[in-house]
Design a protein around this ligand. Structure first.
Ligand SMILES: Cc1cc2nc3c(=O)[nH]c(=O)nc-3n(C[C@H](O)[C@H](O)[C@H](O)COP(=O)(O)OP(=O)(O)OC[C@H]3O[C@@H](n4cnc5c(N)ncnc54)[C@H](O)[C@@H]3O)c2cc1C
Length: 381
């Protein structure tokens, strides 16, 4: 058994959230260790879509997504991170959805988020491959896309440059009371631990109110210009918020390579990483409704990943109720790429007693009270 030097913070999990926490803590002069079981950015971070998007289902969701988006805009990433402000184009199928777009537009403008409504004709000009006759859309130009695993790596490298110790290929076997116990017996001791194991956080902490929510994505060969914005159906909001039922929604992203990334699906109760042909067919059929030309594109890869879903659709950020040495940074469901940077700022401010970027209360794990194992795991907020 070896005991590593004592750290101020030891982070379990090197997805985008753990890597962002490592950097934010290192920037505040903390002595940081980060332990990742596989390679950096290999969990949901590698499986996700990399859409950096402002959402306003709740005030708390808006505050976290918007403040994080502002951090992304200042991050100055290398080209390899593929950060591009493509904008999101929310697509309205009919008049009813267009009214939803109008409400969303008014709400965004009120809060200082630039956006613009598009008529049927303007929508067709903006995205010529969309099906004809759609009702219109809402363009949110500051929304962006990025390649999340490269960003995670970049954040970890920056943290390492500030003295953080990054340990890759080592699994955390137990976590608590100021100690990360690794699978080879190594003890990593720290004043504070950060639980950033994403959807696997419940292995070490079964009491957390987190359930795995499976998603599928498809990537095509290169078709530069086939789509120009992140295209999302307004009905996506229903899909993302739906309760138990499996759902699919039209959600398509242009990659800088010219590839087209096609999503998305949501399923509870299936923890196998196998591709579910029924869901995959439904997802592609939905894409063809909006973008008929998708049926002519060559698909080169399909994969699945798991979102860490909480009952109220907000992440768990802050001290755990049971063990004050453990801070949680998990439960980000389908917005963890977007919200990674603001999460890290909340964690780092909390650990150093600094001024938080936004009010931390809505995300505190204590909102669920003291939990018995999986007490809330079956409920949806
Ligand atoms: C299909 C799909 C599409 C998505 N699209 C988007 C999107 O467009 N925009 C967006 O904002 N979000 C999106 N998300 C959500 C986003 O990917 C996640 O919220 C985000 O990646 C969570 O990051 P994380 O660091 O918390 O978790 P992860 O990336 O899962 O990282 C956790 C890390 O912990 C490590 N780990 C686990 N157990 C241990 C252990 N015992 N010891 C050491 N390390 C361990 C894992 O190997 C992993 O690297 C999507 C997710 C999916 C599945």
């Amino acid at each position: 058994m070896s005991v590593l030097a004592r750290f101020d913070v030891a982070i379990a999990g090197g997805g985008i959230v753990g890597c962002a926490c490592a950097l934010a803590c290192a920037q505040r002069g903390l002595r940081v260790a980060l332990v990742e079981r596989d390679v950096l950015g290999s969990g949901a971070t590698a499986a996700g879509m990399g859409h950096i998007v402002v959402m306003d289902d709740s005030e708390a969701q808006f505050a976290l997504t918007r403040s994080s988006q502002e951090l992304w805009r200042r991050l100055e990433l290398p080209l390899a991170a593929e950060y591009v402000e493509t904008g999101t184009l929310w697509v309205a199928m009919d008049r009813e959805e267009m009214e939803g777009a109008e409400r969303k537009c008014a709400s965004y403008r009120e809060r200082g988020v630039p956006c613009r409504l598009l008529t049927t004709r303007e929508l067709a000009e903006a995205e010529p491959n969309l099906a004809p006759g759609l009702a219109g859309g809402l363009l949110v130009p500051q929304d962006a896309v990025a390649y999340p695993p490269t960003v995670a790596l970049e954040l970890a490298r920056r943290a390492e440059g500030l003295g953080a110790r990054i340990m890759v290929g080592r699994a955390v076997k137990a976590l608590g009371h100021g100690l990360l116990l690794l699978d080879d017996g190594t003890e990593v001791r720290a004043e504070r631990l950060v639980q950033a194991q994403g959807a696997d956080a419940t292995i070490a902490m079964p009491e957390l109110p987190i359930r795995k929510r499976k998603g599928h994505l498809v990537i095509t060969d290169r078709y530069p210009g086939f789509v120009r914005h992140q295209l999302v159906e307004l009905g996506y909001l229903k899909s993302a918020h739906g309760t138990e039922a499996d759902s699919v929604a039209f959600n398509v992203q242009p990659r800088t390579t010219g590839q087209v990334l096609i999503g998305s699906s949501r399923q509870y109760g299936d923890e196998s990483s196998k591709v579910d042909q029924r869901i995959l067919s439904a997802m592609l059929a939905r894409a063809v409704v909006y973008l008929p030309g998708v049926s002519q594109l060559n698909v080169i890869r399909v994969w699945t990943g798991f979102r860490a879903a909480t009952p109220d659709k907000l992440p768990l950020i802050g001290p755990s109720v049971d063990d004050q040495t453990v801070w949680l940074a998990t439960g980000h469901e389908g917005l963890g790429i977007t919200t990674s940077l603001a999460t890290a700022e909340l964690i780092a401010a909390g650990l150093t007693g600094g001024q938080p970027l936004i009010a931390p209360e809505p995300y505190l794990p204590g909102r669920f009270g003291k939990l018995a194992p999986n007490v809330n795991a079956g409920k949806e907020g």
